[in-house]
Design a protein around this ligand. Structure first.
Ligand code: MG
Length: 160
């Protein structure tokens, strides 16, 4: 078995879509980023890379590379899952938390889980997405940023 942890944070700015786990969430502001800024997918990808000791997103997709401009979260996720499977592992389960002051994400959680299930080609029962505010503290609490953390467990076929 392997365990991986990832986290990401993006500033929120007007004129950008708010992408969370492949879902565009109705909001006044979205993630500022060189890529599409999907904070949850970035945290999950770093957890996957970390679990197999394969560096991080910035190593695989440098943010000063013009080829990575507006890079879709799905492309990053597929790359990370591809490396995981190449290393002989499958995702056992994935647990994530998104920190966002507003809007409240609670009613969108089923949609975000099912989007991640499709992107990661994983049964939705193995995916947990939680949402929290930051209780008004720090940049996230002041509505200036969004943060996500993810923990993933990988299993080899013969360990299941
Ligand atoms: Mg990011």
């Amino acid at each position: 078995m392997r365990i991986g942890y990832g986290e990401d944070l993006h500033a929120l700015v007007k004129g950008r879509p708010l992408r969370i786990g492949g879902v565009v969430v109705p909001a006044d502001e979205g993630e500022q980023a060189h890529s599409d800024g999907d904070v949850l997918i970035h945290a999950i990808a770093d957890a996957l890379y970390g679990a197999i000791g394969s560096r991080d997103i910035g190593y695989h997709f440098p943010d000063n590379d013009p080829g990575c401009l507006n890079l879709k979260g799905e492309v990053i996720a597929h790359h990370a899952v591809g490396l995981v499977r190449k290393a002989g592992y499958e995702i056992g389960n994935l647990d994530c938390t998104v920190f966002l002051q507003q809007p409240k994400l609670s009613r969108l959680i089923p949609q975000i889980r099912s989007s991640l299930a499709s992107i990661l080609e994983l049964n939705v029962k193995r995916i947990s997405v939680k949402a929290k505010t930051n209780e008004g503290f720090d940049a996230v609490g002041e509505g200036k940023a969004i943060r996500a953390v993810a923990v993933v467990l990988l299993e080899k076929e013969n360990e299941k």
